[in-house]
Write a protein that binds this ligand. Sequence first.
Ligand code: APR
Length: 308
Amino acid sequence: MGKRAKISIIGAGNIGATAAHWAASKELGDIVLVDIVEGVPQGKGLDLFQAGPVEGFDSNITGTNDYEATADSDIVIITAGLPRKPGMSRDELLATNAKIVHECASQSAAKSPNAIIIVVSNPLDAMCTVAMRASGFPKNRVVGMAGILDTARYRAFLADAIGVSVEDIQALVLGGHGDAMVPLISYTTVSGIPVTQFLAKDKLDAIVKRTAGGGGEIVALLKSGSAYYAPSAAAVQMAEGILKDKKRLLPCAAYLEGEYGLSGLFVGVPVILGRDGIEKIVEVKLTEEENAALAKSAAGVKELVDKL
Ligand code: APR
């Protein structure tokens, strides 16, 4: 038998620690939590490790302030950085988080040159560019978590409105991880049945709008900090798809080189995730309106990347 997979999570705050929790409960491998704050990753790591006997997972979970312990990770999940405050857009985090993500990606890449990096820090699409540049990794090994979260919000609202299981809603949300994201109604189904057979246009439009502002809704409620259960669950679903070579088709931020008419940018698109990371970018047919919305969303991402 081979040895366990190793997952390093950089940033042991709300998202990082909760990601460790999901990953441990799925027994995906050993987990290393890294943070700049002394004691916090160690304390959270030890606490989660001690949940193992109760929950029945065999994962070594450790916390550290030193990247040495992350050596030879299969997956590095970058969650370090400031979260939003009420009224703030994700884009306002650009300068602060670019510095942090640059440091985390370059330090992680030096210790784990073969890892796959999953970026969670915001503004997500621009932070993916930072992580790719800082790590020097090829484009298949840097992937951003946004689409699964946005889709999950959309699916949750739809399931609730229709009165069916969340498991039976399939959907795609494309574009940057911002208010200009592009939920694709034409690809939204309830177990294969077009969603338009369940909900009237005004109801759907309201759900699309709520989805786009879904992160902000939670920031406004929490007042200090931003969403973390669903974002961390989404990041761990990506890690699972990669580690188990599941070939999941999921919306993720991927570096585009001509796909969807876009180049040199990370934007949310459907990809196939397997042991090589992004194994394929899937190009789906879009309506004219959807294409225009995607172009607009990508233009917003480009503006941020140009500022880096
Ligand atoms: N290296 C390692 N960890 C760092 C660094 C760094 N250079 N800078 C900050 N951190 C740590 C903080 O000490 C903190 O523990 O990152 C953690 C961030 O945790 P939270 O403040 O709880 O934020 P969280 O909700 O987890 O969100 C993290 O993900 O979704 C995005 O917008 C969100 O950018 C934010 C990030």
